[in-house]
Design a protein. Structure first.
Length: 203
């Protein structure tokens, strides 16, 4: 049996000592480690060291946890695009802001974003989340188009391919980022911006 995770009890919920956020965060970690389909509510209660009835005091189902976590991640990422679109900065600076903001979200809520990026469309809920991911990409493409038109990004590259390669690089951060590690999210974003805008070769 798994040993209970160390979660700071919330003063907002006295029973069973965990807040709803604590329970969701623990469940999402289990989903990422075991796989969503392979993780039962029994696994989650075991990891938290509480009974299933106590777990259901906070949450009704796995699906509720999945919906909450991926929506939280997607809302944060959409907020980054909203801010870039509303900015008075140049098109190229907007794209740079997208990279910085997206990496900040990835690092701040690594587990939820990981869960989002691993969805495969195995349910209606997952299909809706994947559709929202595609909408995110569609919103980013015009920003990169504008940066190409302004001469801040090379115009001989296909915008759709460039967008997917750019965010493939950004999304890869979830696989190796360590909270409290040597580099902050801002420093990692700086590396990504330099690589994507200037390349790694010496000029």
């Amino acid at each position: 049996m798994n040993s209970p995770v160390k979660v700071t009890p919330s003063p907002n919920r006295g029973r069973p000592g965990y807040s709803r956020e604590d329970v969701i965060d623990a469940a999402v970690r289990e989903f990422n480690q075991r796989g969503y389909e392979a993780t039962s509510m029994g696994h989650v209660s075991s990891v938290l060291g509480i009974s299933k009835s106590a777990l259901y005091h906070h949450i009704s189902s796995k699906e509720e946890i999945l919906k909450y976590a991926v929506t939280r991640a997607q809302d944060a990422l959409d907020g980054v695009v909203d801010k870039a679109e509303a900015s008075d900065a140049s098109p190229g600076e907007k794209v740079r802001a997208l990279i910085y903001g997206s990496i900040e979200v990835l690092c701040a809520d690594q587990e939820s974003v990981t869960l989002l990026l691993r969805l495969r469309g195995n349910s209606e809920l997952e299909m809706r989340a994947l559709q929202r991911r595609r909408e995110f990409t569609r919103r980013v493409i015009p920003l990169i188009d504008a940066a190409q038109a302004s001469g801040e990004i090379r115009s001989d590259l296909d915008t759709g391919v460039l967008t997917r390669l750019m965010f493939g690089t950004v999304n890869s951060v979830i696989e190796w980022y360590e909270t409290g590690g040597r580099l902050s999210s801002d420093e990692i974003a700086r590396h990504a911006v330099v690589l994507l805008f200037n390349g790694a070769a010496q000029s």
